[in-house]
Design a protein around this ligand. Structure first.
Ligand code: C2E
Ligand code: MG
Ligand code: MG
Ligand code: MG
Length: 282
């Protein structure tokens, strides 16, 4: 939240915030190098198909392990990268690694969908579509196996141009997911016009699903609505078995969360997939 206002902090005299802003700006100078030298890497969080009980894919989540400062909060450096024109390079890096991993997993006789988070700031960016096409081609991954996750923003919900950009991306054959659905700027109008194939219910609705009647109503209605629109539903932030069962009962298609698996390095994902059996998740 605070990071979103990074640009404004220079004008406000607040020593603690100023310090944080300076730290972010100095850190940005290191980001380019960090991408090139391997400090910035990609973790993979498995995604469970609730119908088959199988792992159907993963979400790529960027990580920055700084040699002195340790792991840096992704939301913090992503927001900073967005503000200071570094998001294209960062996205290219994550997309390339994610598609490479997806290609390696899809050739082993398994269907594996890879989700990559896309900053809304890149929607409408001239380089975005060529970047996606080139990356898929480089690794030989069919577009259908790639999911782009996008959170709605105020700007996008009102812009026809943004919807056209999304349709244009969809025309490549890839899947589109509305991330963190139910929070922020998601309106029915947006849902109606967005050419999404998947809706990802925000963790805040999933967290207390078992105990909260109103959350159950929200999630149930969202599942019905999405299905009526021909979209699949993923629940994020599933941390316990009761919630997982309830989601399956409600007809939710997929689930993701610490219960199923934490974001992990590629090598750990390979072990995870090799040791996974559907019975464990049920
Ligand atoms: P997101 O796309 O909604 O990703 C889900 C976040 O929830 C991840 O945090 C993940 O580690 C966390 N999570 C997953 N399961 C659970 C759970 O069961 N419990 C709890 N408490 N948390 C869970 P992370 O990795 O810190 O990422 C935060 C956000 O940063 C992401 O939210 C996404 O918006 C953004 N992000 C991450 N990687 C990228 C990237 O490569 N590009 C862009 N543009 N954004 C990214
Ligand atoms: Mg996401
Ligand atoms: Mg999310
Ligand atoms: Mg999020």
């Amino acid at each position: 939240q605070e990071a979103q206002n990074a640009g404004e902090h220079w004008r406000v005299y607040d020593p603690t915030k100023l310090e944080a802003t300076e730290w972010r700006v100095s850190m940005l100078g290191e980001l380019d190098a960090a991408i090139d030298n391997g400090e910035v890497w990609v973790a993979f969080q498995p995604k469970l198909d609730l119908l088959s009980g199988e792992i159907c894919g993963a979400e790529a989540l960027v990580r920055w392990t700084h040699p002195e400062k340790g792991p840096i909060n992704p939301e913090e450096f992503i927001t900073a990268a967005e503000r200071h024109d570094r998001i294209e390079k960062l996205t290219d890096h994550v997309l390339n690694r994610a598609v490479q991993v997806a290609a390696s997993l899809n050739t082993a006789g398994r269907r594996f969908d890879m989700a990559v988070n896309l900053s809304p700031r890149l929607i409408g960016h001239a380089n975005l579509k060529p970047m996606v096409i080139q990356t898929l081609r480089r690794h030989g991954l069919p577009a259908e196996r790639l999911i782009l996750e996008i959170t709605e923003t105020a700007a996008m919900s009102s812009a026809d141009a943004a919807m056209q950009e999304l349709r244009d991306l969809r025309s490549l054959g890839l899947q589109l997911s509305i991330d963190d659905y139910g929070t922020g700027f998601s309106t029915l109008d947006y849902l109606k016009r967005c050419p999404a194939t998947e809706l990802k219910i925000d963790r805040s609705f999933v967290k207390m699903l078992v105990s909260s009647r109103s959350d159950r109503i929200m999630v149930n209605s969202t599942i019905e609505l999405a299905h009526s629109l021909g979209e699949e539903v993923v629940a994020e932030g599933v941390e316990d078995n009761e919630t997982l069962h309830l989601l399956a009962q409600m007809g939710c298609d997929k689930a993701q969360g610490y219960l199923i698996g934490r974001p992990m390095p590629f090598e750990a994902l390979i072990d995870y997939l090799a040791n996974y059996s559907p019975a464990k998740a049920a």
